[in-house]
Design a protein around this ligand. Structure first.
Ligand code: MG
Ligand code: ZN
Length: 186
């Protein structure tokens, strides 16, 4: 049965933090300018925020599950310090070819979030910087927002891999949040 709540689902790498390589320690985690304020803004506006992140770094054996949980605990503490809140972090530890249902572009993490948080996916947003995020969002039936990410030429590359374009395309998380709040206010 479809849920009733709305939520904003966010990707991690390239949206919240500026990592372009596999992140294997908290020392590598740098918040993208404006990201912390944007998350606080969502919280103040009453939005439920969860994260859905592919972390094949686990499946590849580059970081332990405990190590990743530690990174996420520190990330969430920093976000809360700034006035924001991530209610839950969904992560896929698998690699391409493992055949799991959670690694984006599969929609498994979004569907799990919907079940856990009683979400009406048609009222939810997914913000990500990869074609994988957009495709997962489209499969789950949420409104999709592509951000430019932190690598040169990235948006063009991502858009080229999508049959259906994202609902919105903006520079970064801050712009995505502004777009959501503006759209929901009308
Ligand atoms: Mg990303
Ligand atoms: Zn998975």
């Amino acid at each position: 049965m479809a849920g009733t709540r709305a939520a904003v689902i966010v990707d991690r790498d390239g949206v919240i933090n500026d990592t372009t390589d596999y992140l294997t320690s908290w020392e590598m985690f740098h918040f993208i300018p404006g990201a912390l304020d944007a998350l606080a803004k969502l919280n103040e506006a009453g939005w439920l925020v969860v994260m859905a992140t592919n972390q094949s770094v686990i499946g590849l054996g580059m970081l332990s599950r405990e190590g990743l949980d530690d990174v996420h605990a520190r990330m969430r503490a920093a976000i809360e310090e700034a006035g924001g809140r991530i209610e839950q972090v969904y992560l896929c530890p698998h690699r391409d070819g493992d055949g799991c249902e959670c690694r984006k572009p599969e929609p498994g993490m979004l569907l799990q979030a919907a079940e856990d948080w009683d979400l009406d996916l048609s009222r939810c947003y997914f913000i990500g910087d990869s074609w994988r995020d957009i495709k997962a969002g489209q499969r789950a039936g949420v409104t999709t927002i592509l951000t430019e990410g932190v690598e040169d030429g990235r948006p063009q590359e991502q858009l080229a891999r999508l049959d259906t374009p994202p609902d919105m395309f903006v520079p970064d998380l801050a712009a995505a949040v502004d777009a959501i709040l503006e759209r929901e206010a009308t």
